[in-house]
Ligand binder design. Structure first.
Ligand code: MSP
Length: 521
């Protein structure tokens, strides 16, 4: 008999998304503060893929500059050997954090040299780069120039506004005409009100730019660890001009950049100015497209102080993950800290979130329902009876969840997305308690089956929408329901009812661990 082959035309994916983390200085090992941005970016990337977007996700290391050269010299290493060794620790973070498909970029790669030099040449051609001599204050730790007015005084000494030392620098230098971009930047912020997020950060940048912009020095002759300035090998490019270009390099610059219009740059609030002022000005100057958004988040703190190597208060991601598991760590930071605010870590809060939100609210709920199904419904998806008002209410709330979560994740409001998911978890727990299927077991088994079915239906969107946040746990939840969807669209199309009566379900198993505080601390 001839085999009939069905031809299906697959529409090409046209929706695109691009999310980036800052590229990290690999002078020190990664800590939880830097892992935080990367986890957030991964949640976004995973969510967009679930939502049918062709998605680029990029992270990497920023390997040039005075800071790097000094650090290598101190260890008696060449800068290249030093960054090769150090960068690996960042690349190796990927399996630990369970990152989805991404591009890891290093600024010492030839493709990046080509991109940075191309951008430079376009700026020269457009007349925005000129040679002069620079005399002013430079902070190596920040790799930033500061004006006299920006300096603060600490213990009788002049310091950068970040509290780090500055040095007086006098050298021949190329300059970028940042001053020419004040009006253009303001116009761009005005026409694109969500270009800088959150709103409070946008206002900060607006007033900084309105205060007037000075040209910036964009080359150095005092170091040689950097991208050579085209046509003038005595100079290397200023590390920030080099570093910012990574977002374009990764997308194919100087070739076509298919994702760049959709780029969202996640950055810490300390590096907002570089991203929201310098970077768009460089791109405008070179007549290149701009990214879609710069999103500045807050800091992870330890007892109120920014977590960082120089403050000697870092949390090791490896240790934390060994202790609690990656899913719990991902959940904790994205749920506990409203994205944009600073957030403090404590074992108390961590243990509480694990035991209450994960183990009790979700874990027990699934376990109770699935155990009843295993024992009383032959381990199969039970039949649905006639829907009553209370069933409809729960099912409607669950079916509305994908759109709600999409709205929040699109705004990078991860904590709100999780809160919305837990609203449904809460409603399901309440439904379970009021319906008390265990009391129906003897007197009305059909009604018991119906109630369990309603709960299973409500679990579907939960198991799917948790996947970007807690990939492995959500996978287990989906396996328990014998329900796997590829896209959010499928989930939404199924509506309130998506399981098939009689489908066999595997034996239930616990998904989330409980912790004792003494043990954890
Ligand atoms: N290399 C530059 C970025 C260049 S991007 C073109 C840099 N590197 S960094 O390693 O110092 O910082 C990288 C990111 O980590 C920044 O966004 C910074 O805000 C973030 N964090 C560093 N410590 C942090 C916390 N304690 N909490 C949250 N984010 C933190 O700057």
């Amino acid at each position: 008999m001839a085999r009939v082959v069905k031809l299906v035309t697959v529409a090409p994916m046209t929706k695109r998304a691009y999310i980036t983390t800052p590229i990290y200085y690999p002078t020190a090992k990664p800590h939880m503060g830097s892992a935080y941005t990367t986890m957030a970016a991964d949640v976004y990337a995973r969510f967009k893929r679930l939502d049918g977007y062709d998605t680029r996700f990029q992270t990497g290391t920023d390997e040039h500059g005075q800071k790097m050269q000094h650090a290598a010299e101190k260890l008696g290493m060449t800068p290249q050997a030093f960054v090769d060794e150090q960068s690996a620790a960042y690349r190796d973070l990927a399996p630990l954090l369970n990152l989805s498909d991404h591009n890891f970029i290093r600024t010492t790669e030839p493709r990046h040299y080509a991109a940075a030099q191309h951008l430079w040449s376009k700026l020269v051609d457009a007349g925005y780069i000129y040679k002069d001599s620079y005399a002013g204050w430079y902070c190596v730790a920040d790799e930033a120039y500061y004006t006299e007015a920006e300096l603060i005084e600490k213990d009788g000494e002049r310091m950068a506004p970040t509290g780090r030392p500055v040095e007086w620098l006098e050298q021949e230098s190329y300059f970028f005409k940042l001053s020419a971009f004040q009006d253009k930047l303001i116009e761009h912020y005005t026409n694109n009100p969500t270009f800088i997020q959150p709103e409070s950060r946008r206002n900060e940048v607006m007033s900084f730019v309105k205060g007037g912009l000075e040209d910036i020095s964009v080359s150095r002759t005092t170091i040689n660890w950097g991208v050579p300035v085209p046509g003038d090998d005595k100079h290397v490019m200023y590390v920030w001009l080099d570093a910012l270009t990574n977002y374009a390099t990764g997308d194919g610059y100087p070739g076509e950049m298919p994702f760049f219009n959709e780029a969202i740059h996640l950055v810490g609030k300390d590096i907002l100015r570089f991203h929201a002022v310098y970077w768009p000005a460089f791109l405008m100057g070179a007549n290149e497209p701009l990214p879609k958004q710069i999103w500045a988040h807050g800091w992870l703190t330890k007892d109120g102080t920014k977590m960082g190597k120089s403050n000697n208060n870092v949390l090791d991601p490896q240790e934390l993950i060994n202790q609690y598991g990656i899913d719990a760590v991902r959940y904790f930071f994205l749920r506990e800290v409203p994205f944009g605010n600073d957030g403090d870590f404590s074992h108390e809060r961590m243990v509480q979130r694990c035991n209450t939100d994960l183990s009790n609210d979700v874990g027990n709920l699934f376990q109770r329902v699935l155990s009843m199904v295993a024992k009383n419904c032959a381990g199969q998806v039970p039949a649905l009876g006639t829907l009553r008002t209370e069933d409809e209410a729960l099912l409607q709330q669950a079916a509305a969840l994908p759109a709600l979560v999409r709205g929040h994740v699109d705004q990078l409001n991860f904590h709100k997305a999780l809160a919305a998911i837990w609203d449904v978890v809460g409603a399901a727990n309440k439904y379970m308690d009021t319906q008390a299927p265990w009391t129906l077991r003897k007197e009305n088994p059909e009604q018991m089956a119906h109630v369990l079915r309603v709960l299973l239906e409500c679990f579907r969107p939960l198991a799917v929408l948790l996947a970007p946040f807690m990939p492995a746990s959500a996978q287990t939840l989906q396996t328990q329901l014998n329900y796997h969807v590829i896209t959010l669209e499928e989930l939404e199309q199924a509506g309130q009812i998506g399981l098939t009566e009689g489908t066999a379900l595997p034996a239930p198993q616990g998904v989330f661990q409980r912790f004792e505080l003494e043990q954890a601390a």
